[in-house]
Design a binder for this molecule. Sequence first.
Ligand code: NAI
Length: 249
Amino acid sequence: MLQVDLTGKRALVTGASSGLGRHFARVLARSGAEVTVAARRVAALEETADAIAGEGGRVDVAALDVTDPGSVSAVFAGAAFDIIINNAGVTHDGPALATTEEDWARVIDTDLTGVFRVAQAGARRMVTEGRGGSIVNVASILGLRVAGHVAAYATAKAGVVQMSRALALEWARHAIRVNALCPGYIETDLNRAFFASEAGKALIKRVPQRRLGQLSDLDGPLLLLASEAGAFMTGTEIVADGGHLVSSL
Ligand code: NAI
């Protein structure tokens, strides 16, 4: 495994109860960070925390709903973080013509406004403590190109990419770096069955590397942005997608 030393750093990972967030928390803990795993489902977070503690990592659990400003404030009232992985996200799959106000609002409030809420609350704490830090906002290749039936999600993720640039510009003077991580299709428990289907296999054929990403494919990009290895990187995005964005027109 790539070795980056995050000893002495405190990291927050939102949406750490499953998928990418759970993996990101483990990777940061293996690199020495003390990690707070946060999401709405505390029981599922306990599983993440047990896995990290079982590997000798230092981990706390925090209940967090990124759509609730009071919940976000409470997490940062209790602790300051050097590294924030803004990973919590939801999607809505359906044609734009059939997307309701509620569908749209749920995705934008979680994936775009929620990312801002967490970044702002975290940065305020970093500024107060004069400690600087790194904020990694998890966007998607759908923030850079589009696909059908994900209008709200693609719009939110494009907003996350641009937000990361805007916040990087304002917060560089406080030694806070803000970057976006844009994964392509990564295999997780939630999508494994779909990618085994005919439609899923057809999708994988459009990826130049002809494969799905594995969670471990994101370790290098994550640690680069989170650690001092990326000290001169801010306001940018890293794409990890097996070449999907450059698929042939
Ligand atoms: P997932 O559904 O397994 O994980 C999402 C996490 O966010 C869960 O822990 C969930 O509880 C949490 N969450 C949702 N709403 C929340 C809220 N209001 N407050 C706090 N936590 C909340 O999905 P996955 O695939 O692990 O996605 C994680 C991130 O990675 C998302 O931002 C997603 O858009 C992004 N992503 C995923 C890709 C993939 O192929 N799996 C590709 C590109 C981006």
